[in-house]
Design a protein around this ligand. Sequence first.
Ligand SMILES: O=P(O)(O)OC[C@H]1O[C@H](OP(=O)(O)OP(=O)(O)O)[C@H](O)[C@@H]1O
Ligand SMILES: O=c1cc[nH]c(=O)[nH]1
Length: 219
Amino acid sequence: MQIHNLSTENTILNVFMSELRDKTIQKDNMRFRRNIERIGEILAYELSKSLHYNSTSVDTPLDMAKVDLPENDIVICSILRAGIPLHNGLLNYFDAAENAFISAYRQHKSSPKSFEIVVEYLACPSLENKTLILADPMLATGQSMVATFEALKPFGTPKEIHLVSVIGAQQGVDYIENHFNADAHLWIATVDESLNEKGYIVPGLGDAGDLCFGEKLQH
Ligand SMILES: O=P(O)(O)OC[C@H]1O[C@H](OP(=O)(O)OP(=O)(O)O)[C@H](O)[C@@H]1O
Ligand SMILES: O=c1cc[nH]c(=O)[nH]1
């Protein structure tokens, strides 16, 4: 897998990331969602550098201008709930993309440490020969990404796979590296060191779904 970790460079992304992490600023749910969306826009821009471009021309009022435009048929698939603002950010740039949504949640067993990923809702167009962008802001254990990808398999074989995330734990990055082909890409804003005993990224930012949309009752 080709890993593109945007935190290796100092950019304006650092501001959005620090606001997402800050336990006071993150209480402003609208700013939290918008910061995820802004990071989605930046990740979309970076990802666009790896697409395939065709030369064409546009008719300006004065002459013809040569332009290279991406030819990829993109499907953006987001994992509910926290994927929604990231999805919006990606769709702000890939405005012709098709869209898929899937629900994946952690079903806890006897202890908070042990859970399995349950996939329920799934709405998806054909993925055959398309460019699949699979988006989830949190890549903790990596199990949601992998379970989602398994659930998408009946919808066709994508030509390219791009995983997009905001914060990952190194363990989750390693896990998906073992479950996706070498030609898949991971576009991620930053990678933290560890996971705690509940599977939360440390230092991370807390529960992204709750910070976007409010607390949920546990299953
Ligand atoms: O890499 P993993 O260990 O699978 O964890 C990541 C998942 O956890 C979060 O979802 P959560 O279960 O909190 O649901 P929510 O977005 O509805 O709050 C997040 O949005 C991912 O889907
Ligand atoms: O740190 C984490 C891990 C999973 N899901 C979250 O929302 N945060």
